[in-house]
Design a protein around this ligand. Structure first.
Ligand code: FAD
Length: 409
């Protein structure tokens, strides 16, 4: 047993835990301990953004999250986009903005984010112990944390920053959920998010490798679940790519209630695609279906749609039945597919679900169930769209918890 308890123990040296620990240590809580189960900290930061770390987004706002909007508003009021840029600038990280507001380190490597964080943590005097999974927590006058090797550590305050169970191959674990539950929290069942969609229509496999810009809509029983504009990548099982990933959280939550209807509009850039296609039907009435679609649709997609709609391949558009012509327009604007699943945890970049946010103080991230306990980052039932939003929330919630801890005596 450590004779003098720590001021704060943070379980998890990922994005959220590292910022929280750094700020606690900087605020004078010198006895700050971070316990990390893996041999190295910051595993997901290093893997993020394909090794480039998309650390935040210029558009960060509550609308980009599945979470209570007031919770995100509270987090962003303490750690806004500009605060985030300034924060990493002060850590010595040079950043650059790419399309859609995505921010990356200028070196193009995630080590440029992880290393300065680790260095600053050591300089601030926080203690980091790796290869040390926390397996049990007892709440008495203080928190007593038992680690897998049988050691115990005590602290007046405890932060759970264990992340989610997504991507177990780089550290994702159920452990945080179990620890939170042992301290009185309830969980919203975690499900894979930012993961590709499996669809029922097996013919789609013909398009494997094809990329298209679309507007993708996900509905269940005619109710809109989510929608996204951007690229989809067709695969042998269904749809991948940013647009598919961005609706996957809503699809994942809805699937236990039944299949989800998807529609693809192949002309997201047009205000009125129906009118555009109707005019084109007249302009190119003499063309065969394949030639009618040349110039507006990927050839492989065109071939599949011609079969799907039942167009007569050798007849000009004007000789197809009015019904078939109508179906052509409708299908190009809303090609119906059925999502039957979301790819599993080892392909999911985030989790939707986690510690129930109703049990958390939105301003401080302190538990409403267990005073002195704080829960931050992806362990909470908060998930963002692709583009730097998840890391932003991890930093922001870790920062907000540290501010609250610093104010406590
Ligand atoms: C492949 C991939 C790419 C991604 N790319 C991006 C991106 O570019 N931009 C973006 O915004 N988001 C991205 N994300 C999501 C982002 O990485 C996470 O949302 C973010 O890391 C969550 O931060 P966290 O601190 O809550 O959890 P984590 O970063 O997962 O950290 C949790 C830490 O806690 C440790 N831990 C867990 N349990 C215990 C225990 N019992 N004892 C001790 N230690 C424990 C874990 O080992 C881990 O180090 C990506 C995710 C993946 C998987």
């Amino acid at each position: 047993m450590n004779p003098s308890p720590y001021d704060v123990i943070i379980i998890g040296a990922g994005a959220s835990g590292l910022v929280c620990a750094l700020e606690c240590a900087r605020a004078g809580r010198k006895k700050t301990l971070v316990l990390e189960k893996d041999p190295q900290p910051a595993h997901k930061i290093l893997a993020s953004g394909n090794g480039r770390c998309n650390l935040t987004n210029a558009r960060v706002a509550p609308a980009y999250y599945h979470a209570p909007q007031e919770l995100i508003t509270a987090a962003l009021s303490q750690f806004s986009f500009q605060n985030c840029l300034d924060y990493f600038a002060r850590l010595g990280v040079l950043t650059t903005e790419e399309e859609l507001g995505r921010i990356f380190p200028a070196t193009g490597k995630s080590t440029a984010v992880a290393e300065p964080l680790k260095l600053a943590l050591a300089e601030a005097g926080a203690e980091l112990v790796c290869s040390c999974p926390a397996v049990r927590i007892k709440r008495g006058k203080t928190f007593t944390v038992t680690t897998q090797d049988g050691r115990t550590f005590q602290a007046k305050k405890l932060v759970l920053a264990c992340g989610s169970c997504a991507y177990p191959q780089i550290g994702g674990t159920q452990s945080g959920y179990e620890l939170a539950r042992s301290l009185g929290h309830t969980l919203i069942t975690p499900r894979p998010a930012l993961s590709a969609l499996c669809v029922k229509e097996t013919a789609l496999a013909r398009l494997a490798g094809v990329r298209c810009q679309v507007h993708l809509t996900a509905k269940q029983n005619n109710l809109l679940l989510d929608e996204a504009q951007g690229e989809v990548l067709f695969t042998h099982y269904g749809l991948n790519g940013p647009a598919a990933l961005n609706v996957s959280s809503a699809v994942s939550r809805a699937l236990p209630r039944g299949n989800v209807s998807l529609t693809l509009n192949f002309f997201p850039q047009l205000k009125d695609p129906q009118a555009f296609l109707q005019a084109r039907l007249e302009t190119y009435a003499q063309r065969r279906p394949k030639d009618f679609l040349a110039g507006i649709l990927h050839e492989s997609v065109a071939n599949l749609l011609i079969d799907f709609i039942g167009l007569r391949k050798n007849l000009p558009i004007r000789e197809q039945t009015p019904n078939t012509r109508q179906r052509l327009v409708q299908t190009l604007c809303a090609w119906p597919l059925t999502a039957t699943g979301v790819r599993p945890w080892n392909e999911a970049m985030a989790a939707t679900g986690g510690v129930n946010t109703q049990e958390i103080n939105y301003n401080t991230f302190e538990s409403l169930k267990c005073p002195g306990l704080y829960v931050t980052g992806e362990l909470l039932d908060v998930d963002g769209k692709s583009g730097g939003f998840n890391l932003h929330f991890a930093w922001a919630s870790g920062f907000a918890a540290a501010q609250a801890l610093a104010e406590e005596k």
